[in-house]
Design a protein around this ligand. Structure first.
Ligand SMILES: [Zn+2]
Length: 435
């Protein structure tokens, strides 16, 4: 594979700062080497963009790859009537049934799905209480093999007992990442499943990737079990700060949201998951200036997520949903920069060559002034033609380039079948999760 590539004739979009112009990009040794209106090809592999949009690969700010084998899975015999029941009857049953093989296939299936949708960086929040040790390495290795960068947290919790909790703490402590490809991020599930001593152990990291007030049950159970609200507990532990990433925050009070803003913490918005779980509505402008966009395990499709975020805001009377949407997408790259140290989000000379070529075949002109309109109303994952990470094509003409990538869905199917069989056995044996 040539290490020098000229991407010619694209409309190049940068997020940090936001800007769009026509330019050629010369990629060498993993980075953007030159950018200009008409660059000479010299010995480079030439890829014609033909007016397509060339933009940084997406960052998913909050994902759960462990749910990749959940599409179409059987449902519990007792339909959940609340968010807490959804966790106890569905997700905490699924994650308990995952073994390391299931974790690996989840990473491959979810990573491939994300990559084909233009995602090049995933901030994942992982749980597999019956296979904790080695789970982050398994995720990191499979994602790296596909050519996707990652930042990985194990979501520590007291819900599966002391052994599982201690293994989770150790997994977060010991995962070192993979040089330039994967980074560790200490994780916890949510305040209501973290006892005081567990939170104290996590506090040693000084930062945390954790769910926060996704549903009112987080507040009620935190007070009932541990005598304080989730934000009070995280604040006392010194975890409300610039290194922390909170998921959801749907039910944050104005004062607690202001505290997160003041401290520079980040808050991931996952509107499709919130709608699916019926946990309440917080629209995207209510996340500014600290919001970033995640998919929360729905899939790897940030195009779909940004559309849903936009339409949900419009449906709730937000006149200008575009401005906060852009801020939110920019924050995804700020988050990824902080986590990785890589200058992601702008295709400037010196920056990592992590990008996608999005070919819209649009009947209306795509030009610098209307790119955002195309993004919301026209473009989707189906328009992602090529994806490059670290200067190498990871998707070319809509096909992943990693060896064996075409067989990933087919090879995962028996693993998913076995996972679902274990879930049904657990429902028959124990019913819902007791915590
Ligand atoms: Zn989540």
């Amino acid at each position: 594979m040539s290490r020098t590539t000229l991407i010619r004739g694209g409309l190049v979009l940068d997020w940090l700062p936001y800007g769009v112009d026509y330019a050629d990009l010369l990629v060498h040794d993993g980075r953007i080497a030159e950018r200009g209106p008409t660059l000479p090809a010299r010995d480079a592999e030439v890829v014609e963009a033909e007016g397509a949009l060339v933009m940084p690969g997406w960052v998913i700010a909050h994902h759960h790859l462990y749910s990749a084998l959940a599409k179409g899975m059987p449902q519990p015999p007792w339909p959940p009537k609340s968010f807490h029941e959804i966790l106890k009857r569905v997700w905490w049953v699924l994650d308990r049934c995952l073994d390391l093989e299931g974790v690996r296939h989840s990473a491959l299936v979810g990573g491939l799905d994300a990559l084909l949708a233009g995602t090049t960086f995933i901030v994942d929040h992982h749980a597999s209480p019956s296979a904790v040790r080695g789970s982050l390495s398994a995720l990191g290795e499979e994602l790296t093999a596909l050519g996707v960068r990652s930042c990985l947290a194990y979501e520590v919790s007291d819900r599966d007992g002391e052994v599982s909790r201690d293994e989770g703490l150790a997994e977060n402590r010991e995962y070192r990442g993979l040089d330039g490809w994967s980074w560790p991020f200490p994780g916890g599930h949510a305040s209501f499943t973290l006892a005081d001593d567990t939170l104290a152990a996590l506090a040693e990291h000084g930062r945390l990737h954790v769910h926060l007030l996704e549903d009112p049950c987080d507040d009620a159970l935190s007070r009932e079990r541990y005598g304080a609200s989730p934000v009070e507990r995280f604040d006392r532990a010194g975890l409300v700060g610039p290194g922390s990433l909170f998921g959801h925050g749907i039910h944050l009070s104005d004062a607690d949201f202001a505290l997160l803003v003041e401290r520079g913490a980040r808050l991931a918005y996952n509107p499709r998951s919130n709608a699916n779980n019926g946990v309440g509505v917080r629209t995207l402008e209510q996340y500014a200036p600290i919001g970033c966009l995640g998919t929360d395990g729905m899939d790897g499709d940030l195009f779909a997520e940004l559309k849903f975020a936009y339409f949900r805001a419009r449906d709730h009377g937000v006149a200008d949903a575009m401005t906060p949407l852009v801020t939110m997408l920019q924050n995804n790259y700020r988050l990824a920069r902080d986590l990785s140290g890589l200058a992601l989000g702008a295709l400037e000379p010196g920056a990592p060559a992590d990008l996608m070529v999005v070919a819209p075949h649009s009947p209306t002109p795509l030009q610098p002034s209307n790119v955002l309109g195309h993004l919301v109303f026209a473009l989707s994952r189906h328009h992602v033609r090529d994806v490059m990470v670290d200067g190498a094509w990871r998707v070319r003409d809509r096909r992943a380039t990693a060896p064996g990538a075409d067989r990933i869905p087919q090879e995962a199917r028996p693993v998913a079948t076995e996972l679902w069989r274990r879930m049904e056995a657990l429902w028959a044996l124990e019913g819902e999760h007791p915590f």
